[in-house]
Design a protein around this ligand. Sequence first.
Ligand code: AMP
Length: 305
Amino acid sequence: MPLLVTGTIGIDTVHTPTAKAEEVSGGSCAYFAAAAAFHHKPVRIVGAVGGDWPSDHAALLESIDGLCLEGLERRSESKTFAWGGRYFDNMNQRETLFTELGVLEEAPPVVPTSYRDSRLIFLANSHPSVQMDLLNKFPDRQLAVADTMDLWINIAREELLALFKEIDGLIINDSEAEQLTDVSNPITAARAIIDMGPSFVIVKKGEHGAVLVHEDGIAVVPAYPLDQDGVIDPTGAGDSFAGGFMGHIAAVGSNDFNSMQAGMAWGTVTASFTLGSFGLDGLVSTTQAELESRMSEFRTIARIW
Ligand code: AMP
């Protein structure tokens, strides 16, 4: 099933309690694509960057096997999306220090004609209008899943609610699910979001794992257990989880409940590599064999009798 993603390709500045990384390669689309490419190739990217996009960021993305960058627009007169965030002591919570929308304030990127047969669409974090514009280009899609973020819930709620009526699934953080619904229980919040349109919702709970609420049932997955020194930078972990999840669905060619449950486990293991370094480095430096080996270890760790 051809897989396509749209979202941000960003320049990130990240502060953690012990370190700071400036202008590293990030963005929701970049993390998703790098993660999904472990599971399914090619991953088609639709996005835009400005003339200030660093050449080493371009080289990093180009080095990832399985990414199709035909839909990545380079706009020399524009500014690349940039984001800065700071993590609190427990590394579970963060605050956004700045968001510079840049290309996101301009016309949405053009979808190449060679992408027309895409069937699995992931709308990584971006302005809901950009997400909707892309979605409308794929009337024959099989599955459309989206992510969103506090900023869009705050400034584009109406557009987001309109998007919910068109998508099949939503992958969202527990705090964002609460922000959307005013309900802190993730199961009840997911059901309230299902009432807004999607037929399934995955609520991510950081180090406490994730839960899938679906019309065919509920599934949970724990987080991969990492020591404190294994968590260097959580940025992009959510996008990487989504990449592993959707990549698995594309690989098995099925989006039934069991495939989604397995996809959550692959998403968890894929995201665990993102946590180990700043930017895309954790994913880029991981081999397929390392991913598979951690997955077999996770199967043992998470087994229930
Ligand atoms: P995550 O940690 O999974 O929520 O993803 C963080 C990534 O999303 C960073 O690489 C940012 O560049 C990007 N990002 C941050 N804020 C936004 C936003 N409002 N819309 C789209 N992407 C964003």
